[in-house]
Design a protein around this ligand. Sequence first.
Ligand code: PGA
Length: 249
Amino acid sequence: MPKPLVIGNWKMNGSLELTSELIHSIESSIDAKISCEVGLCVPFVYIDLARRILTTQQLSIGAQNISAYSGGAYTGEVSAAMLAEFGCRWVLIGHSERRQLFKETDNELVLKLKLAQENDMCAVFCVGETQQERESGKAFSVIERQIKTLLDDDNVCLEKVVFAYEPVWAIGTGLTATPEEAQKVHAFIRDLLRNKIGQSADKIRIIYGGSVKPENAQSLFDQQDINGGLIGGASLDKDAFLSICQNAK
Ligand code: PGA
């Protein structure tokens, strides 16, 4: 079984003060009760502050996006190499907000993922269907399409990718996939990976995101193929976030 992983995704929230407070208090409360690995994906501008505060190995910092280009005349972009220089361990790739609001395409996301890997960062590749896609019975085919671009590219090291299943209808809505619904999709993702890389797929972490709270974390994380969570709203609340982490054993 892969070691469980819980990643907080602050999205475009925070301030210098909140970053300092939250990271200090999360770090000082990480103790023996938390056995999972913990990551925090903070806005770009707070990455440096966050990593300077950290002293424990159990907690690491990540980014929420990277450029699909390695460098050059791309105003406003931040490259994978720059993030690596600031000690980022994680980078979210293909979050549904990036896919929907910023029109990021499957092909662009593979470029980003490969740049993250070339710079020794762990890509957290997000997939998930919308409400409409689920209702029209397309959830599995959408997820297969989203993952296929990675499976088809021999330069992607699948073993080093973390997959995050985030049903779009569950993000920030308070609705959560039931543990059984989520497990079905996680098992489906693992099967896709198994078909490509065999038993190594069993070691890949597939985490769940979408309104994870202290109240539902345990039942989700108890599922065989759910190896942790990607936490949005609740990651901005220290007690809620730590309680979710405690449930990932
Ligand atoms: P949520 O967000 O926990 O607020 O639903 C999850 C995410 O977007 O990663």
